[in-house]
Design a protein around this ligand. Structure first.
Ligand code: ZN
Ligand code: ZN
Length: 256
């Protein structure tokens, strides 16, 4: 399996360890057609990219593209900020980005007090092996679904990593809205049984590295192992073997 474009990498502007040029050079060396630098979104409390640094970041991406000679896309890994589906980007931010990813993260500035249960308490429940309450599953599912409905998301990242939705319901919504589900090669986020059930919905996938260092750019190993175990049809993964996904965000912006 070879990625066409790896849509999920980080640099020092969020919690990555390197600069865009180093990530781009690794992508080129790996034979990828391009790379998206998708920093953590503005409302990530620990390592979100700062809004006022966006312009400097964009010029660094542009320079990396010119110097390295590979396509460097401006992505964002937005935070889903609550049950309402609020994400980090305002419509006035859209012009700055090419690719719109979103996921649930522990250290997020959530919209309301009650939304903080998607952060630390879900993480602790995961780490301590305490299952979720049915209310927590219902509300996390709603948060994902409302985010997909309310924002032109290209990709939902690492579904259910340190949190608890009904992945089949989220996948059905992604299928209907044309949002891709990520299969991460950084960390397993769905069990094999869950992934099999998600595949049965007909949703489409992208595989991403979530690389925070150049050596992991384009890495697919962990995802490939699970894809093989579960028997995910490779034709349902749209950023491999020279294929390109059809993304919502670009289409949305064309009609803005
Ligand atoms: Zn993430
Ligand atoms: Zn990430």
């Amino acid at each position: 399996m070879k990625l066409t474009i790896d849509y999920h990498t980080h640099t020092v502007f969020s919690d990555g360890k390197n600069r865009a040029a180093e990530i781009a050079a690794a992508a080129k060396e790996h034979g990828l057609e391009g790379i998206a630098i998708s920093e953590h979104g503005y409302s990530h409390l620990a390592f979100g990219i700062r809004r006022k640094k966006t312009e400097r970041w964009l010029s660094e991406l542009k320079k990396a593209q010119e110097e390295v000679g590979i396509r460097v896309l401006a992505g964002i890994e937005s935070n889903i900020r609550g049950i309402s589906g609020l994400c980090d980007l305002r419509e006035s931010d859209y012009e700055n980005f090419d690719v719109y990813l979103a996921g649930i993260h522990v250290a997020t500035r959530y919209e309301r007090l009650r939304d903080y249960k998607f952060g630390v308490s879900s993480m602790l429940r995961t780490k301590l092996g305490i299952g979720p309450s049915s209310t927590l599953v219902r509300d996390t599912t709603k948060a994902y679904i409302h985010a997909v409905e309310r924002n032109p998301l290209d990709v939902v990242t690492h579904l259910n990593y340190l949190c608890f939705s009904d992945p089949v319901e989220v996948a059905k919504c992604c299928r209907d809205y044309g949002t891709y589900l990520e299969i991460s090669s950084k960390k397993q986020h769905l069990s094999d049984e869950e992934l099999a059930a998600v595949v049965a919905t007909g949703v489409r996938f992208v595989v991403n590295s979530d690389a925070h260092t150049p050596d992991r750019v384009g890495d697919t190993r962990l995802a490939e192992e699970q894809i093989a175990r579960v028997g995910v049809p490779l034709e349902r993964i749209d950023n491999i073997d020279g294929r390109h996904p059809v993304f919502r965000f670009a289409e949305f912006k064309r009609h803005m």
